[in-house]
Write a protein that binds this ligand. Structure first.
Ligand code: F6R
Length: 242
């Protein structure tokens, strides 16, 4: 794992923005894997700026998001499709038809998982996958205990994950209990992975990632076995690493 130490959230976002921009510029048909959550918002803001100034062109870019809550449609402000439209897609020159987020309201969710997985395969592979990390080491919504061999599937969300995400909802009751997520193997199939981490509350998580063993109890640990992973972490997130 290649570690890039960033000063703070802004610096982390700008460093990630450089890497994404380079990938987009260097491929004819770039395929990006994207994440939601607080962590990549600064990255998306930076990409919007670069698109506005014509430095990065998203015309031929295809995107696949990691996950979506079951039961929330695109019009629901808490859905990940809504988040992506608001935070990135509506502000860049990407063809919206080429932006993919699993549907959490598909009539047959199992079929939706299989279709999503097939669609990624049809595009070859994800050139660059952006990841955040949960406090419990989850990547996408692959919670501890998820087999490393998993592909896109439906998950029961951990109580800790629901609590961590409750800040976006009016009450805890409204936080969905299930989600669709690409699997750990789906993520590991990406050619390049960039994991972003910011903030003191993730310091224990980062320490475990860097110093702990590879185990399904801590999903992100598998990233150590990928040939091209870069972690961009700010000082606060790195504060407990020896
Ligand atoms: C979101 C996702 C999650 C988040 C993780 C961290 O699409 O896949 O794994 O990356 O929960 O979330 P934040 O960035 O809000 O701390």
């Amino acid at each position: 794992m290649n570690i890039i130490a960033a000063k703070d959230y802004q610096d982390m976002s700008e460093k990630a923005c450089e890497i994404v921009s380079e990938t987009v510029k260097s491929k004819d048909k770039p395929v990006l894997g994207l994440a939601t959550g607080s962590t990549p918002e600064g990255l998306y803001q930076c990409l919007i700026e670069k698109n506005k100034t014509n430095e990065v062109n998203f015309e031929h870019v295809t995107t696949f998001n990691l996950d979506e809550y079951v039961g929330l449609d695109a019009d629901n402000p808490n859905s990940y499709r809504y988040f992506m439209n608001e935070k990135l897609f509506n502000h860049i020159n990407v063809n919206q038809d080429n932006t993919h987020v699993p549907s959490g309201v598909a009539s047959n969710l199992e079929e939706e998982c299989a279709t999503y997985e097939k669609l990624i395969k049809e595009h070859g592979a994800i050139d660059l996958q952006i990841l955040g990390i949960g406090l419990n080491g989850h990547i996408g919504f692959n919670e501890p205990g998820t087999p490393f061999t998993s592909r896109t599937h439906i998950v029961e969300l951990d109580e800790s994950t629901r609590q961590a995400n409750a800040r976006f909802f009016d009450s805890m009751d409204e936080v969905p209990t299930q989600a669709i997520t690409t699997g750990i193997e789906t993520i590991m199939d990406s050619k390049k992975i960039v994991l972003l981490v910011s903030g003191e509350n993730k310091a224990d998580t980062v320490k475990r990632l860097m110093e702990g063993e590879v185990s399904e109890d801590f999903p992100a640990s598998i990233l150590k076995e990928h040939a091209d992973v870069t972690i961009i972490a700010d000082e606060a997130a790195l504060s407990k690493v020896d």
